[in-house]
Ligand binder design. Structure first.
Ligand code: 0RA
Length: 653
């Protein structure tokens, strides 16, 4: 066979590879909805970030174009453009057109580390309607266009003699693959910006410049202080326990290179712990060996500090892991040449050697920090001792609750009007603000599958209370009991989603400020203690209508002022009216004022009601939002109340 034939054979293989990506995109990028679209951006971005982490780039640009295409550029080395000996074409074409296993290029000199999800640029290329690559390298400007995985032009090559280097990639997602309306914004820019901010904290080497051509807004993220600044950001609405942020770093040799460990931490006066861990800028949501190493070193160090430096009366105290975590915000960031992830989704770090390395570094450097900063050390020790006391109190409270069988689904709270069906998939529970609305809902409901739990007044703010108080709160106890699946985020407690008694948990509050407040208190509770409920898509909010429009026999419910105007116009047209004066408009004031039938027809009837499904895309932002929300700052609380309506999906169910 001639060389030429060989090349053809390889080419066919290549096409098969990227065809596979187009046939089963979800296998490579998770899904073909918004998340998948975002994935394309993050994949390209991660290649630029790798250049910055390796010390070759210090500027990364992201442009959201008006036509919904995206441009990502960096001033790194530029993708190699020289002829690839094996394939007989420019290396950039090989990188764009060939599927590389795990994102690693076969030949060492062309190694691209796996990006966020390690699928590589070729996967992005395969899923785009078009992709333009521009490279400055070796004194040459190189530009080439690709479409759906293949080049559609020969490269344009201009000799510039320039020393500047870099890569610019512009692409537009393929509408044949992704579910989007090309006439609307197809990316959620705030989610992307939030990831870029996170990348900027983890990549202090680079400045990230964002330009949104639609709004003409510019934003820049550059954090020379790296994860130390990240902690400042996370704690900005929390009251710190000590001023100085503890920063620890170190490295150790591993196979194929060096592992670097960085930790930044600061205690605040709250009770939640907020631990974020990363490996090669990937947020390891399920943590792994780096976090295990950190936690064990933290407990060990604090315990030895007590033993070696505290007064006699403290010496016998032994803190447990959770005591040293209370009120702690910490970031653990590992850079590893050969990361192993335990799950498919790449969110749990598995490298066994990392546990020992992290634990050793944290142990040595934290001990040193505490010895050099006795004032801060004292504050931290007292905080952890208090946590131990509270834990013991909570344990007692929990035992008491168990005896009263609060967490036992056999005994339901007295206020609950349960439904008759036992099939959770068809059952729903309305958590209703106030007794009067609760009464109407009880009378109006379809009792075969709709249960009602009225709440009396405000529930406890779980952001500001300790566990023992939270578990003793009546309203919270009723919710836990009625749902039957327990709580998580509490030692020894498992959330048991199989035991959940309703697959629609519907928060049902008035559309006024008080109602929104209760709504947010409930959301905070669910976010902190029943997160699997949200993860599984079981949490909803009812949307009572604002107005009823009536003309002769036609009756309509509308949910916004804008909708009211639209519907009035429609009715006017339909009935050939001179104006809209003869259409009766009734404004609903609150749930409590609706009679049972009205309440059912407008808000509870599966055929006509509107529910909002509660989702969250971004843990980091949510954590910040909830902290802010339930802290003292009323201004930001109001802001969230408005904002979060944009974050929930409107579903007609
Ligand atoms: C392969 C090899 C080298 C760099 C890159 C790829 C590279 C890829 C991207 C994607 C976006 N920006 C990028 N910058 C660089 C290194 C080749 C060398 O040794 O010079």
């Amino acid at each position: 066979m001639s060389d030429n034939n060989n090349y053809d054979a390889e080419d066919i293989q290549v096409l098969k590879g990227l065809e596979g990506v187009r046939k089963r995109p979800a296998m490579y990028i998770g899904d073909t909805g918004k998340r998948g679209l975002h994935h394309l951006i993050f994949e390209v971005l991660d290649n630029s970030v790798d250049e910055a982490l390796a010390g070759y780039a210090d500027n990364i640009g992201i442009i959201f174009n008006k036509d919904n295409s995206i441009q990502i550029s960096d001033n790194g080395r530029g993708i190699p453009i020289d002829n690839h000996p094996e394939f007989g074409k420019p290396a950039v074409e090989v990188i764009m057109e060939h599927l590389h296993s795990g994102g690693k290029f076969d030949s060492k000199s062309y190694k691209i580390s796996g990006g966020l999800h390690g699928v590589g640029l070729s996967v992005v290329n395969a899923l785009t309607e078009w992709m333009i690559v521009e490279i400055n390298r070796d004194g040459i400007f190189y530009k080439q266009k690709f479409s759906r995985g293949e080049k559609v032009s020969q490269p344009e090559i201009i000799k510039t003699g320039d020393k500047t280097t870099g890569t610019k990639i512009t692409f537009y997602p393929d509408n044949k693959i992704f579910d989007f309306n090309p006439k609307e914004a197809i990316f959620n820019i705030s989610i992307i910006i939030s990831r870029i901010r996170e990348l900027a904290f983890l990549t202090p080497q680079a400045k990230f410049e964002i330009y949104n051509a639609i709004t003409e807004e510019e934003e820049e993220f550059y954090y020379e202080g790296g994860i130390k600044e990240f902690i400042e950001y996370l704690n900005k609405d929390k009251k710190p326990l000590h001023e100085d942020i503890i920063y620890i770093n170190g490295s150790s040799e591993v196979d194929n290179g060096e592992a670097q460990i960085e930790v930044a931490m600061q205690y605040n006066q709250g009770y939640q712990s907020n631990l974020l861990s990363y490996c090669n800028t990937i947020n390891t949501v399920e943590h792994g060996t780096h976090t295990t190493g950190f936690k064990s070193a933290l407990t060990r160090t604090v315990n030895s500090y007590i033993e070696n430096n505290m007064q006699k009366k403290y010496k016998d105290i032994v803190l447990s892991g959770s005591d040293t975590l209370e009120g702690l915000s910490a970031i653990i960031s590992v850079k590893h040449p050969d990361p192993q992830f335990e799950s498919q989704t790449k969110i749990k770090l598995g490298n066994p050697e990392v546990r020992q390395i992290t634990s050793q570094i944290v142990n040595d450097k934290l001990t040193q920090f505490l010895e050099e900063n006795p004032q801060t050390a004292k504050k931290i020790i007292l905080k952890t001792l208090n946590a131990k006391k509270a834990r013991e109190a909570a344990q007692k409270a929990r035992l008491l609750i168990r005896r009263k069988s609060v967490l036992d689904s056999a005994r339901m709270p007295g206020k609950l009007a349960d439904c008759s069906s036992n099939d959770p998939t068809e059952c729903e529970i309305f958590i209703v603000e106030g007794d009067s609305a609760g009464g109407s809902a009880k009378q109006g409901r379809d009792r075969t599958y709709q249960a009602i739990l009225p709440l009396r007044g405000k529930i406890l703010n779980v952001e500001k209370a300790r566990l023992d108080k939270i578990l003793q709160n009546n309203e919270i106890q009723s919710i836990i009991k009625a749902l039957g699946a327990g709580i998580h985020n509490v030692e020894e407690e498992e959330y048991n989603i199989e035991k959940l008694r309703y697959h629609r948990v519907i928060i049902f509050c008035d559309a006024d400020i008080d109602g929104h407040h209760i709504e947010t208190l409930l959301l905070t509770f669910f976010f902190r203690f029943m997160r699997p409920l949200i993860d599984n898509g079981y949490l909803y909010m009812a949307v009572p209508p604002l107005y009823e429009l009536k003309y002769k026999k036609t009756k309509l419910y509308v949910f916004t002022d804008k909708e009211k105007e639209e519907k009035l116009k429609e009715l006017e047209k339909k009935y050939n009216l001179k104006n809209t004066d003869s259409i009766k408009v009734k404004r609903f004031k609150g749930l409590g004022e609706m009679n049972p039938d009205e309440l059912y027809d407008t808000t509870m009837d599966r055929k006509t009601r509107v529910l909002k499904k509660i989702i969250y895309e971004d843990f980091l932002e949510n954590d910040l939002i909830f902290t802010k929300l339930m802290g003292k700052e009323v201004k930001s609380r109001k802001k969230f109340i408005i904002q979060h309506y944009n974050d929930v999906n409107m579903l007609d169910i």
